[in-house]
Design a protein around this ligand. Sequence first.
Ligand code: FE2
Length: 376
Amino acid sequence: MEAPFIELNHQKTTEDFLPLQGTDYIELYVGNAKQAAHFYKTAFGFKSIAYAGPETGVKDKVSYVIRQNKLTFVLTTALKNNNIIADHVYKHGDGVKFLALRVDDATDAWEQTTKRSAVSFSEPKILKDESGEVVISGIHTYGETVHLFIERKNYNGAFMPGFIEWKTNYNPCDTGLLYVDHCVGNVGWNQMNKWVSFYENVMGFRNILSFDDKDISTEYSALMSKVMSNGNGFVKFPINEPAEGKKKSQVEEYLDFYNGEGVQHVAIATNNIIETVTELQNRGVEFLKVPGSYYDTVLDRVGHIDEDLQPLRELGILIDRDNEGYLLQIFTKPLQDRPTLFFEIIQRKGAKSFGKGNFKALFEAIEREQALRGNL
Ligand code: FE2
């Protein structure tokens, strides 16, 4: 685990054909959007932003939009059966359907990607209301996940046309969550390189980091991972695939319960992980715990850090270092009953990597949970 991460050299392309301004929002299809919105607001400190449903003329679904700093989630559920949202939830449980990316020109983003063989989800559409217009288009990625391109430079409403402002007096204090740092997809056996090619060729991303099963395996929970980044580094999508181990890979457990490929975790940045995680734990968010012995030797591995070790130990926050600095990170337990989607909370202090030095301790913690579920 001591070996430095593999940095891949790539020739810089002269022009970024798909300039991205970052993550616009993440939309989950869930079994009960009203309760999910309440959970994410209460536990994580999101605020109510917008709503669409029967009262706004939408007859077959309901969506709640919640936001904290630059982080926007949409929680959508079906109101009827025989409906693609209901089918999605039946098959996958609660999970990420749309990873929406902010662009300056959603028509160009769709044309650039579809001419490079992306499968269209939606041709560019202009949505209008009294607050302006949003242009939206979309392409399919792994599993049933979709990338939407959102152009909202001519819009100043609560969220987008079709939504009304969601006014409520219940808006718990935020917990310091700032923006999406990266968003990880789990793909099937031997599918990682196919999706690496997709992000390279169709979306103009680069493979900035790779981990193989020797880097990322414990006795059981082997996986391989490649980190894909867009040109300006605002959007990073690591891709995991399972690897052979003695027992079931954690990625395979995900694929079994999600019934296919999908988003494994959303990593969310904070500027003060001790305060953020203290607050999240006080609100009932459950985190994976590494053994206390992790902290007996961690500073030998990572060297000096600004923080006191004691609060990190008490909260279970992990530490890793690369050539450029260090990072602090922690992973929640799954956010729904199926062992599928979870969050990572991350504070970067110079480091641009993903915590490889923590994989062993972390994966052993994941395996303990997997064993409790009888899925190891
Ligand atoms: Fe991560």
